[in-house]
Design a protein around this ligand. Structure first.
Ligand SMILES: Nc1ncnc2c1ncn2[C@@H]1O[C@H](COP(=O)(O)OP(=O)(O)OP(=O)(O)O)[C@@H](O)[C@H]1O
Length: 274
């Protein structure tokens, strides 16, 4: 059974995925994904390895454009516009829909320059304004107090958890309205993980966040909505191309975890596969 969320056209979504398909060359990796991403809320993408969570996440800010042979069909509606329309600038899409990766990836530059980099590219040159943006972004990423006296230190000299918060500061410095996070805490220890989850709930509470996670406790603690993806197989055709990802269930986190509509969701969250 595939769960198809009901879409109320009156409601304003941060982004509305409507029958989204992603191909890598001839391989149809994910099929007909429909998810209404709620504004100002945290949505977790969960599901077994290879079901297409990262593929769909990357489709939302056109990161798949950078993957050779990748192609997206369907509608990813953002402010009334399909992000894949010809007149949409992918660079502008990535400014408005920022991304934080699994492995913290600060630039080999100072803490200050890591955060100032994006605003500078957008033409902000005045030092006073850059200083203000750097401070605001570092505060927004719950890092300011730890680094305010060391802004000239290399971003690479920070701990893994601090580096990830620096990457979050870098993302919010260009004022996106959606933040995509691809397993942002999977390389971090439990305390650093807890800080990221707390940050999502507190400093970043105004943002729409989509997080890919393998950690069921994290999805349950940190998200408002859950999209559970699963792998479908066509047993008649041999080879990798007979497997693809589909959305199995979407809904409020408490409801999905406590009263899943699909048997496969119940099995996955109980740890019976994946
Ligand atoms: N660049 C690529 N080229 C070809 N196939 C790809 C590429 N990236 C992903 N795939 C395939 O697309 C499918 C979905 O992969 P994806 O990484 O999105 O899944 P996932 O659910 O995020 O997995 P994981 O939890 O292991 O990160 C898989 O079959 C994968 O092998």
């Amino acid at each position: 059974m595939v769960y198809v969320p009901e879409i109320e056209t009156e409601q304003e979504y941060a982004v509305l995925l409507d029958k989204v398909n992603v191909f890598y060359g001839s391989y149809h990796a994910v099929k007909d994904i429909t998810i209404p991403i709620q504004k100002g809320k945290i949505t977790a993408f969960i599901g077994p390895s290879g079901c297409g969570k990262s593929t769909v996440l990357r489709a939302i800010n056109r990161m798949n454009d950078l993957v050779e042979g990748a192609r997206v069909t369907g509608d990813i509606n953002y402010h009334g516009k399909n992000l894949y329309d010809e007149d949409v600038d992918p660079v502008e899409v990535r400014r408005r829909i920022g991304m934080v990766f699994q492995k913290p990836n600060p630039f080999p530059k100072s803490i200050y320059e890591n955060v100032a980099y994006g605003p500078r590219l957008l033409g902000v040159n005045k030092k006073a304004l850059l200083d203000e943006i750097v401070e605001r972004s570092l505060r927004g990423a719950a890092l300011w107090e730890e680094v305010k006296n060391d802004l000239r230190k290399s971003g690479l000299a920070l701990s893994g958890g601090q580096q990830q918060r620096l990457c979050i500061a870098r993302t919010i410095a260009v004022e996106p309205d959606i933040i995509l996070m691809d397993e942002p805490a999977s390389a971090l220890d439990p305390i650093a993980t807890q800080r990221i989850e707390q940050l999502m709930r507190e400093e970043l509470s105004e943002y729409t966040i989509i997080i890919v996670t393998h950690n069921m406790q994290q999805a349950q603690r940190a998200s408002d909505y859950v999209a559970f993806f699963n792998i479908r197989k066509n047993e008649d055709t041999p080879g990798i191309e007979n497997r693809w990802g589909e959305l199995a269930e979407f809904g409020e986190t408490d409801r999905v975890f406590n009263n899943p509509a699909a048997e496969e969701t119940a099995e996955y969250i109980a740890g019976r596969f994946g």
